[in-house]
Design a protein around this ligand. Sequence first.
Ligand code: SF4
Length: 449
Amino acid sequence: MAVVLEERKDQVLRLENGAKDIVCEKESLAGSVSQRACVFCGSRVVLYPIADALHLIHGPIGCAAYTWDIRGALSSGPELHRISFSTDLTETDVIYGGEKKLYQALSELIDEYKPKAAFVYSTCIIGIIGDDVQSVCKKAAKEKNIPVLPVHSEGFKGIKKDGYKAACDALYRLMDENKDEEYLEDNPFTINIMGDFNLAGETWMIKEYYQKMGIKVITALTGDSRVDEIKKCRHAKLNIVQCSGSMMSLAKKMKEVYGIPYIKVSYFGIEDVSDALYQVALFFNDKTVLEKTQELVRSEIERIYPKILEYRKALEGKKAAVYVGGAFKAFSLIKALKTIGMKTEIVGSQTGNQEDYKLLREVSGEGTIIVDDTNPLELSGFIREKKVQILIGGVKERPIAYKMGIGFCDHNHERKTALAGFQGMLNFAYEVYSTVESPVWKWTQPDYL
Ligand code: SF4
């Protein structure tokens, strides 16, 4: 059996008779080498895809290692978001304060790049030295006449989820700034896509579906988004929340303040993407929209399903482990793996809550191990114990799989293949098939397989 630290035992759940509820939403155990990222990373991955904004990291240069590459959000226009800016604080700034440096950096960068807005991310050291980032941002905003938004994302103040919240707060401030501006729209069916970051062009695929259904997307938060669109998004009739971990706090706030209802969806896997589109069509309850949706879903399934069945033949009965950031994605992955004939033996997330784990429990089979905020030692132990052939996760899980000599499928920010939507399901089936069936494992496969 895999080694689990005594203090973490309650965060591991083995699905068998009489299994208790899992413990979650705890700070990571010091020394356990958690797979989680810091608060700053959480806020950055949410805001970074806003392509015409300036993203300035206030802190030492090391924090700026979280660059565009950690979330390769594509843009159909400006690409300012691909440049990493940092105030590069050093010892002297830590002693005397970094406010002057921040003001100077902001002024120069705004003059040089003419962004539509600027986000200033506070990192750990700012929380320690206590720079007044807010007043520097206020001063710069007044002088340069653009929104300059502080993002309170000091790395040590919590977990990645707190970074999501800090990002949502900044987005809310941005959309609330010009709330009296007029908005004219002919289409009565308007939505915002929330929690999609246009990795490998996924937002474009999803937007195309809605366009075919006759629905107008005001903005995607935040994939391929622009500052001006975000300012208008409070006029949408419905918010569609995909990555609920990152966007729920904003969806709730928009409901409370602007009265916009929201629905939670997932665009991964045939079942979930079809369900997402139908939920939106049913919300508007329009005959034409519904007919267009039925036609879209039918034609896409007809196109991809025969090919998926071919991959299924080779993958039937194979075993997988899934470890992702938000638990909502894990539900879809379990279902998508079932579609290609595979069983999920291990499933876990960095930021799941009690409700997420309850649902995860319902979709997981007997004997599955569910794990919250795991670490490499535990995860590799579970993989060995369950004899899985492929690990599905992100950049931090990849070395675990390769060191163990098993397949890996990247389902996180860094991937270059679209895995959302109908085409994404086909791409996913192909990725899993080509990885699991690769001849390379003949030389690397561990003795337990
Ligand atoms: S904010 Fe803190 S935890 Fe995050 S990268 Fe910077 S120093 Fe590390």
